[in-house]
Design a protein around this ligand. Structure first.
Ligand SMILES: *[C@@H]1O[C@H](CO)[C@@H](O)[C@H](O)[C@H]1NC(C)=O
Ligand SMILES: *[C@@H]1O[C@H](CO)[C@@H](O)[C@H](O)[C@H]1NC(C)=O
Ligand SMILES: *[C@@H]1O[C@H](CO)[C@@H](O)[C@H](O)[C@H]1NC(C)=O
Ligand SMILES: *[C@@H]1O[C@H](CO)[C@@H](O)[C@H](O)[C@H]1NC(C)=O
Ligand SMILES: *[C@@H]1O[C@H](CO)[C@@H](O)[C@H](O)[C@H]1NC(C)=O
Ligand SMILES: *[C@@H]1O[C@H](CO)[C@@H](O)[C@H](O)[C@H]1NC(C)=O
Length: 485
């Protein structure tokens, strides 16, 4: 892509921007209490030469910010809307409102529509098994009828657990679609082949390590391992990303679609919330991955190929569900405020710090901390910490996380501050029954950052428990209704 080359020249000449691997994509999620304004995010994407973005909806503010940027976009239909798409007219309405509406000169370069997100995860108990394929077909039909089906393809981002190798022969060449859904997967991939869409898979070496304490750490990265997997065909795998990708290639080959294009919808490494979620590991993982991608190395079963990849993810999201683990809120290459976390090798053999978001507005430099020796009843401390943490992000306090080394008072301060920031530093949110006090002295330690939130007019993500502010508005609304009658 010539755009990226030009950007690279600029880096060398004036150092104003960096460009990563050609055509590199990134996931842009917005499950944050204070999402960065979309326009700021799009500028940051451009400044870093990121040319593809995958989003989890088709939110109008996001789409309007992307308009005219030239960035290729994968929009998405969330799982909870899949059921509606089994009606073709509804699918056509969705496409009209969320795709063709942006299809004009200077509009949004939509390339894919993601139909659901990992709908066959076993944790969903099969809820989406019956509706995903009909939804996929209808969305593609709707795109075709709207006259954009040649350039915009419907695909289904799938978790890597839709395929596996038998435990008796755990090698990539033995890869097959998961037994309970093999018939369905065969129909889905035939449809993707028929419509000219790629298979989209999310691959997480970090999760392999997280779920299996005996997993060889080196095998999760890209710089060699003392315990490679030797396949029966003689191929030696020294990283789990390649092994996982080739397990999928084998599963496709087994249904005679061995050359169906594959794109990696999500891949990345979190930086907090677990013993292995460390900045140093994330940096090692991304740099290995990006060097491999920029050299178009491919995998043993698909050598010397360009692979379209979307990193997960762009920015930390403090309102994501932590059901899978505390690390869920720390996947960003950038912190919540658009500050880069670590330097990345653009594939030129040189590590460059990504360009930070510009024009980000912060709340005042005021923190909320535990008032040691104050008037509050210390026996109420536990309850107040729980209250704060149930309404803000305390995942950095957990075992193996950046703030786990704080003492008991530090824990209380951290929790109180997180809540205070989520509440936009509104005065009543730093009280906690007299146990808390505001301060302008940064309580951060070298390991543990006490954040100052940004100014955001984003609507708090639905995953956040109702805030007091919302309750107040609700009560006000309720009172108003009563008064009317
Ligand atoms: C997409 O289109 C439908 C109308 O069919 C609308 O209800 C929905 O809110 C739109 N936006 C998103 C993000 O799905
Ligand atoms: C799946 O089933 C389990 C156990 O029956 C239940 O706890 C869980 O809530 C279910 N999940 C969904 C998404 O239905
Ligand atoms: C899916 O459809 C099959 C057959 O029509 C039915 O037996 C099954 O209960 C359905 N499952 C769900 C989750 O709706
Ligand atoms: C895949 O698509 C090609 C081109 O449309 C077609 O010729 C081929 O038969 C398809 N393969 C399968 C297994 O459906
Ligand atoms: C601080 O909180 C974390 C998480 O709740 C806990 O694991 C740790 O033991 C606490 N530390 C102290 C000193 O209370
Ligand atoms: C904490 O994070 C903020 C926001 O990214 C940053 O500006 C600040 O320097 C950090 N503070 C410390 C002590 O690391």
């Amino acid at each position: 892509m010539s755009d990226c080359r030009i950007l690279l020249c600029l880096v060398v000449l004036v150092g104003v921007c960096s460009a990563w691997v050609d055509g590199l994509g990134v996931n842009w999620g917005t499950m944050a209490s204070h999402p960065l304004p979309p326009k700021i995010v799009v500028r940051m994407l451009k400044a870093n030469g990121i040319s593809r973005v995958k989003i989890f909806d088709a939110d109008a503010a996001t789409m309007n910010a992307l308009a005219g940027s030239g960035i290729e976009v994968m929009v998405a239909i969330p799982n909870n809307m899949l059921g509606y798409m089994i009606d073709l007219d509804t699918a056509r309405q969705w496409v009209k409102h969320n795709v063709t509406r942006y299809n004009f000169q200077g509009g949004v370069k939509i390339k894919y529509v993601a139909v659901g997100n990992e709908p066959f995860l076993t944790t969903y108990n099969g809820s989406f098994l019956n509706i995903t394929l009909p939804a996929l077909k209808n969305v593609q039909a709707a795109l075709d009828r709207a006259g954009v089906g040649d350039s915009i393809k419907a695909t289904v981002p799938l978790n890597a657990d839709v395929y596996n190798s038998p435990t008796s022969n755990p090698v990539p060449s033995a890869g097959r679609f998961r037994a309970d859904i093999s018939e369905l997967m065969t129909q889905i991939v035939s449809f993707l082949n028929y419509s000219g869409a790629p298979f989209t898979v999310n691959i997480y070496p970090f999760i392999s390590l997280y779920e299996n304490p005996n997993f060889p750490v080196d095998y999760a990265f890209f710089d060699g391992t003392s315990s490679p997997v030797v396949d029966s065909n003689g191929i030696q795998y020294d990283n789990v990303f390649d092994a996982n990708f080739d397990t999928l290639v084998s599963a496709l080959t087994a249904v005679e679609l061995g050359s169906l294009p594959i794109i990696v919808g999500e891949v990345g490494w979190p930086t907090d919330g677990d013993v292995n979620a460390k900045t140093a590991y994330a940096q090692r993982f991304y740099n290995g991955l990006l060097r491999k991608l920029s050299a178009n190395k491919g995998t043993p079963l698909r050598p010397n190929q360009y692979v379209e990849v979307y990193m997960f993810s762009l920015i930390d999201e403090d309102a994501k569900s932590i059901a899978p683990g505390n690390f869920e809120r720390h996947w960003g290459i950038f912190k919540y405020d658009g500050q880069p976390k670590f330097a990345l090798d653009s594939g030129q053999g040189q590590e460059v710090l990504p360009v930070a978001a510009s024009n980000v507005e912060y709340l005042p430099k005021t923190w909320c901390v535990f008032a040691a020796g104050g008037a509050g009843d210390v026996s109420k401390l536990g309850d107040n910490i729980n209250y704060a943490c149930s309404r803000s992000d305390c995942t950095a306090l957990g075992y193996g996380s950046s703030c786990n080394g704080l003492d008991a008072n530090g824990n209380a301060s951290f929790a109180f501050n997180m809540y205070f920031q989520v509440q936009n530093q509104q005065a009543p949110s730093c009280n906690f029954q007299g146990l808390a006090v505001e301060t302008t002295q940064d309580p951060s330690t070298p390991e543990c950052n006490f954040t100052i939130q940004i100014v955001s007019n984003g609507v708090a993500a639905s995953a956040v428990a109702p805030s007091d502010a919302m309750l107040v508005i609700f009560l006000w609304f309720f009172t108003a209704i009563v008064e009317v009658f």
